[in-house]
Design a binder for this molecule. Structure first.
Ligand code: PHE
Length: 354
């Protein structure tokens, strides 16, 4: 029996498996329930007491040797599976995977926010479900006035009194999906004291048939600046600065008189077409100019509606559609692309997600 143990000890010491199967065969041969060690212990039961004394220690040591060898080889094969015959090579470099990309509207919205933040504007947000007061009445849209038709509204219910959450004002009048983020300007002015210098990005809804040029929802960034002595010159200079940052030096702007119930005087601002540089193309309908926003001096009625002294304070406001700005920047001609989630379209705006 001692001879057997000696022989097996040499075998175990020299054992080097070529693969996982060989290691498993080793386990079964020595440590298995019908293995050699079990067999040796069975034989051991039959030997004389004197022999037991000399053999016992050696047998136990032999068993420990076999177990230790198996454990070490097993751990090694987990670290270097190729040695144990596994096909996985953990030393290979990892497979690359693609991060998602930002939606073009988010990219442009963030760019607009960054530009205005550098000018000291903060970002304000408000609810997409609005009441008549914040979306229309406070903004100087008279009852039954056709100006309300300028923005085809999705009404939700007539004069629903929603339970306000703490700190929120009660809904006043018909409930609708907001048609512009000017409603956030009202909420901001009602809740605080001038000066205000904020932009309001957000989604807005209008009941329009979906086509390449119109959609039932789109995104806006509106802006509000209220303080003492704010003039139309401030409005022009702020927006001019925005345009140069957004479309680059050399971009021209022009203001055309317009009408909005909440601003007086009101204007629309055009920029020289960034695609054809004013030469005329499909994007600017061969005029060389593209309208990008509405603006004006906040109507004193609006300030008063929000509890602000219109004798003391003046302000300007503006509002632009992010889709329009994006179309111009990336030459996108169909608004529907923004909401169809076609990966082939979205993939073109691959940017690092940070
Ligand atoms: N609220 C206007 C719109 O949605 C845009 C606007 C904002 C115009 C502020 C003037 C001043 O069309």
């Amino acid at each position: 029996m001692q001879n057997q143990i000696n022989q097996y000890t040499i075998e175990i010491n020299n054992f080097q498996p070529a693969n996982a199967a060989e290691l498993e065969a080793f386990r079964i041969r020595f440590l298995g329930t019908k293995g050699l060690i079990k067999d040796l212990f069975d034989q051991f039961k039959a030997v004389s007491p004197e022999e037991k004394r000399t053999l016992g220690k050696g047998l136990n040591e032999f068993k420990q040797l076999a177990e230790a060898k198996y454990q070490t080889l097993k751990e090694q094969s987990a670290i270097q599976p190729e040695k144990a015959g596994s096909k996985d090579d953990l030393t290979l470099p990892g497979e690359g995977f693609q991060l998602g990309s930002r939606h073009p509207l988010s990219l442009v919205r963030n760019e607009i926010i960054d530009i205005f933040k550098r000018l000291g504007f903060v970002v304000a947000e408000g609810p997409e479900i609005e009441d008549d007061w914040h979306n229309f009445s406070a903004l100087n849209f008279p009852e039954e006035h056709p100006a309300r038709d300028m923005q085809d509204t999705f009404f939700i219910s007539k004069s629903l009194t929603l339970n306000p959450s703490p700190g929120e004002s009660k809904m006043k009048g018909d409930i609708a999906l907001r048609t512009h983020t000017s409603s956030v300007q009202v909420r901001m002015m009602e809740a605080g004291k001038p000066p205000f210098r904020a932009i309001m990005p957000g989604r807005v809804y209008r009941n329009e048939a979906i086509s390449a040029r119109a959609h039932c929802f789109f995104h806006q960034v509106e802006g509000l600046y209220v303080d003492e002595n704010v003039s139309f010159a401030d409005l022009k200079q702020t927006l001019y600065h925005f345009v140069l940052e957004m479309y680059g030096e050399g971009t021209k702007v022009r203001f055309r008189p317009s009408y909005f119930p909440f601003t007086e005087p009101s204007a629309e601002m055009d920029v020289s077409c960034s695609i054809c540089k004013g030469a005329g193309c499909q994007m600017c309908k061969y005029s060389g100019w593209v309208e990008i926003l509405g603006c004006g001096m906040v109507d004193p009625n609006v300030l008063e509606n929000c509890g602000i002294d219109s004798e003391k304070y003046t302000g300007f406001a503006f509002g632009m559609g992010i889709e329009r700005i994006t179309n111009l920047k990336y030459q996108i001609r169909d608004l529907r692309l923004f909401s169809e989630n076609d990966v082939r379209f979205l993939k073109q705006f691959q940017t690092e997600i940070s």
